[in-house]
Design a protein around this ligand. Sequence first.
Ligand code: DX5
Ligand code: ZN
Length: 227
Amino acid sequence: MTGLIIAPSILSADFSKLGEEVRAVDEAGADWIHLDVMDGHFVPNLTFGPGVVKALRPHSRKPFDVHLMIAPVDPYLAAFADAGADAISVHVEAGPHVHRSLQTIRALGKRAGIALNPGTPAAMVEPLIDLLDLVIVMTVNPGFGGQSFIPSTLETVARVRAMAAGRDIDIEVDGGITAETVGLAAAAGANAFVAGNAVFSAGPAGYADRIAGIRAGAQDHSGTLSC
Ligand code: DX5
Ligand code: ZN
């Protein structure tokens, strides 16, 4: 575990001024910038590709946490690495060779992550553990911001945390995280928290307060449940 991380997702930002939005959440205390890439095929929504990631790179020095919800994913890994991603996560379900995808991300010199859908068992992590720097446990079904947190995913968080014991692996929850739900995820063992709607719905003047509120909620409950 590498400490408590708050990662605002720009999926809920104002897309007409993304550079400004990235700068605003950076200055408001974001630890990572979470970038959701969707292809309209793996998930029923479309967002942006490596060109936008590259265009945003000069707007923040914080790590870019790139979450790829695309299939196939392998043909695009190098493009996202070149665009300035620091961590690249792929879905277990995105192709038949997730082990190879993780090897490729590591070979590109980036932190490698997998993402588990709410219906995907924690056991999928086990054979991949040596290749992982990050596990994203989806706490909503991927595709859209502003959905409600799914409580059954907490069991997955706890199982992944137990599997990751003694290793330098971040466990990140993604979807429906607010100052209220974040405590549940932290107690189950998550140490990184994506928040889209809960940060951006405040408007720029409220970003710092929202990020601080989520951080405080996580700190209050961090590691309070044993796995
Ligand atoms: C969902 C994305 C999330 C999303 C979270 O598919 O992976 O990162 O932006 O948004 P909120 O925090 O609004 O649920
Ligand atoms: Zn995401």
